[in-house]
Design a protein. Sequence first.
Length: 429
Amino acid sequence: MTSFAQPQSTTPQGTQPLPRLARDTTAENPWPVALLSQKYHDAVVKWPGAWVEGQISEINTRRSGSAYLTVRDNTEDIAISVSGFGRFAVLAKEFRQGDRVVLHGRPDVWMKQTRLSFLADDIRRVGKGDLMAQIEALRKRLKGEGLFDADQKIPIPEFPHRIGLICAPHARAEGDVITNARLRWPTIDFVVVHAHVQGPNCPPDIIAAIEQLDADPSVDVIIVARGGGSFEDLMGFSDEGVVRAAAQCQTPIVSAIGHEDDWTLIDLAVDMRASTPTDAAKRVVPDVMEQWQLIEEAQRRIRDRIRSRVDNEIRLIEGYANRPSLTQPLTMLEKPQRFVDEARMRLDIAMRRLVDNAEATIERLHASVTALSPQSVLDRGYAVVQNEHGQVIKETSQVNEGETMHITIRSGMLTAQVQEIAPATTLKD
């Protein structure tokens, strides 16, 4: 136990001794605060050590060799500060918020603030804390109903116009959310609903606030915010009604309860959990400077693409303009002209060949016809003899003496009368 020096038994003026007993003090001769604190300390250190049972609502073992706890009564809303060092600090590192424990120690007074505490030297686990066990059981039940499923989450709008904020009146969390949100997005608007954020009035207030903001069509997203607190202070946000209201909310909802290490069941039901109210403001609204940078970058990329497209089109047009077909358009007709000339020449040759072949054929036919023509026979001195009936006489037996005959020669026709029929003789050319 720490020893303290006894205060002087004289007043600051040193003219009058201080009373030894509390009943001897007067308005003219009071005790200094330090002396009163010392009296408390001297009285408390005489109390015997004790074993006490309770539930850890706060625990801090971050400093090596020391541990600081707040232990709450299992049934009453009463708590006590507990501190310990050395072996106790090592033992305390194995415990967490919500654990039920028994501690051994002695009462103590911290004279600097005349604060009563319990200086512990031993700590043992009784079992998982009743409240923690209840919350864990509720968590499993609600999870089994699908309230925490990822497919139930609603996306947070990228550019909200109005935010619904649920917080305590005059709470620091309200200022943190509004200030940081407007620093990032100055035009953002808020609808603030004040509610109890701890105690028995917390759950109904939070449920009513969520339903009120969810029914407001102008609200794009809801933030439920509260600063840090003990495990008991945050219990209202693990209430089943609050969790169901958050899960059933049709407007995207964000929880920002306590500090980063704190957790409540509403964090599992909402669409987004923020570690702090400030973090919620940063995650719900975009940063106007970042958006400007994105816009400028997009504009730069658009300009670069347009410039590149125009340059490509200019090069394409220049390539077309420099082609011989455009600089000397008559060259485009050279190949077709050669084709036409060659076709005309081939056609002329073919037509001449056809005509020559036709002339030769005609000459042959003419010669044949000429050779077979009776006129040719007549031209050689022969004659055609016909009777009066026009029949050609081929045999002497076809005529009689005295019969009239018609004789066709080269230059005309003669009429004669048969006077004599002589036997046939061989004709020579």
